[in-house]
Design a binder for this molecule. Structure first.
Ligand code: MLT
Length: 328
């Protein structure tokens, strides 16, 4: 009998502290196997996941004692939040804890694109010294277009301002008098205008039914041929076939993608394009962010299991399920 199932690789002192208090079943590869998940979740009161475990209605139904789902990260696209809410299961995530790391990666990818850093590294290690082959551009004086000006978009723009960039933002939830937009001196514009005017478009959207495939040919066709696209949010928001076609047609100069429509992706055309930089969804993967995320989510799981409200609940459903399990 277990209290908590951890179905992805989540480790550290905070997880050890959970083990001292509760019975923890640690199956870091269970996310790959929905049947195994359903068989093992049994009488667990908490489920701790990253973004790969499909937390479906069926899985919740297989766990009648489940009180809390902890998502070690921000995006909730792998969790059926509505079903959890209806069933009185608290869903917690860790907003803000990895936002700085994601913003720093976005800036890193921008610099990598405009200065050809990965290609120059590769070429130099081949024994070459081709300075003229790698004449890049400055971020200074350029225009950054932030698509989705939430916390990560804001932190990205703030760092871009320090490089001397001006900022355009598109976000249906914000108005021009928003204090964070004022802080980064951002101009709120339509998505069409953002794609037309930006030198770099940086995407910070969640994956929802509204954003799926949103960034498509209709927008890529408006880009300057010298402009770049950076996506560190969710792969589903970019229509990859349209992006490949736009890159081939020279509609934009290049792209950096940390996230993909399907992860891990099949090797395809993007992998062989010299003006495309690919990284394996590592925006949140710094020691600092992972530590903050793990501490925050283990803290919230502990709180719920002890009958206290979670600090970062997506919805404040009071657990309706009761259990007779004892903690060890
Ligand atoms: C997040 O949503 O927190 C990041 O994309 C990292 C992750 O999915 O674990």
């Amino acid at each position: 009998m277990y209290d908590i199932l951890i179905s992805e690789a989540i480790e550290g002192a905070a997880v050890d502290a959970l083990r001292e208090r509760f019975r923890v079943r640690y199956l870091p590869d269970a996310w790959k196997n929905p049947q195994l998940l359903a068989e093992t979740i049994g009488d667990c009161r908490a489920l701790l996941v990253r973004n790969q475990t499909p937390v479906t209605a069926e899985l919740m139904d297989a766990a009648p004692a489940l009180q809390v789902i902890g998502r070690a990260g921000v995006g909730l696209d792998n969790v059926d939040v509505e079903y959890a809410r209806k069933n009185g299961i608290v869903v917690c995530s860790t907003p803000d804890q990895n936002a700085i790391s994601a913003a720093e990666l976005a800036l890193g990818l921008m610099l990598a694109l405009v200065r050809f850093i990965p290609a120059a590294n590769h070429d130099t290690k081949e024994g070459n010294w081709n300075r003229r082959a790698f004449v890049g551009a400055e971020l200074y004086g350029k225009t950054l277009g932030i698509v989705g000006a939430g916390k990560i978009g804001y932190l990205t723009a703030r760092r871009a301002r320090a490089f001397g960039m001006s900022v355009l933002a598109c976000d249906p939830f914000l108005s021009q008098d928003n204090v964070l937009l004022a802080d980064i001196q951002a101009e709120l514009v339509s998505l069409e205008e953002l794609f037309e005017r930006a030198d770099i478009v940086s995407c910070h959207l969640p994956a929802t039914s509204q954003t799926s495939g949103l960034l498509s040919a209709a927008y890529f066709d408006r880009m300057k041929p010298t402009a770049y696209l950076v996506n560190t949010s969710r792969g589903q928001v970019v229509c990859e076939p349209d992006l490949i076609a736009a890159l081939k047609a020279g509609r934009l100069a290049g792209a950096a993608l940390d996230v993909r429509a399907v992860e891990p992706p099949q090797k395809g055309e993007l992998e062989s394009m010299p003006n495309v930089i690919l990284t394996p969804h590592i925006g949140a993967w710094t020691h600092e962010a992972q530590n903050r995320v793990t501490v925050a989510i283990c803290n919230d799981i502990t709180r719920v299991l002890l009958g206290e409200p979670a600090l970062n609940a997506v919805h404040q459903a009071v657990p309706q399920r009761t259990t007779t399990h004892q903690t060890v």
